[in-house]
Design a protein around this ligand. Structure first.
Ligand code: ATP
Length: 199
């Protein structure tokens, strides 16, 4: 099964692009959503998180205490790396199981905000970067999340720059106002189908 990783900075439109692939019949694994689900449901992972970040990592209701975890990892790269080292391998495993179950699909997509940062692109056969101008990304997220440009810029700093990601990506989709999005997606879709038999 051909596995395609897709990423892009905050507000680049990677989820929007994935929705179009889904309309074309391509199953999409949303790694960030899967991570949240696994942190909630996997008993071994819950124990590991509690051991590393304290019992208060989970609320009495059983929900993940996001505020607590965010406060620990937000400005501390060592703690963030520790969290990622616990969560990422579990997400990789979940993706492999999910991909095997997608019988009959022409290929599958894995959407991950940190595809390159987490090295998970190495487990994909192809990678796609969705790129947008910075000002447009900020405007979109301020609109979508009702937040401030400063807060968005802080979140952006925590990801690789587009320049760095571009060097690692096999394909680029430009999601800017002057370029048509759908034809770029259709071209890639045709290309992935054409190489899917070899995987
Ligand atoms: P995040 O990493 O924060 O989840 P993302 O890269 O997945 O962001 P989206 O959620 O797909 O980005 O897009 C951000 C916002 O911009 C959404 O509200 C989406 O509807 C809008 N948007 C993205 N691309 C376009 C486009 N080509 N035309 C109009 N709106 C768009």
């Amino acid at each position: 099964m051909l596995k395609v990783g897709i990423t892009g900075g905050i507000g680049s439109g990677k989820t929007t692009v994935c929705k179009v692939f889904e309309v074309l019949g391509i199953p999409v694994f949303y790694a960030d959503k899967a991570a949240k689900l696994i942190m909630h449901e996997d008993p071994l992972l819950r124990d590991e998180i509690k051991r590393s970040f304290g019992r208060e990592s989970y609320l009495p209701s059983g929900e993940l205490n996001r505020k607590h975890i965010s406060a620990i990892v937000f400005n501390d790269n060592v703690q963030l790396a520790k969290l990622n080292a616990i969560v990422h391998p579990a997400v990789f495993r979940a993706f492999e199981v999910w991909a095997k179950a997608q019988q009959g699909a022409l290929y599958v997509l894995k959407e991950a905000a940190l595809l390159f940062e987490s090295d998970s692109f190495k487990m994909c056969d192809r990678s796609v970067l969705v790129k947008s101008p910075e000002a447009l990304k900020i405007d979109r997220i301020v609109d979508r999340d009702q937040t401030t440009a400063e807060e968005v810029k802080l979140r952006m700093k925590r990801q690789y720059s587009d320049e760095k990601k571009e060097k690692l990506a096999d394909h680029i989709i430009i999601n800017a106002e002057q370029t048509l999005l759908i034809p770029q997606i259709l071209d890639l879709h045709k290309y992935f189908i054409s190489i899917s038999h070899d995987h």
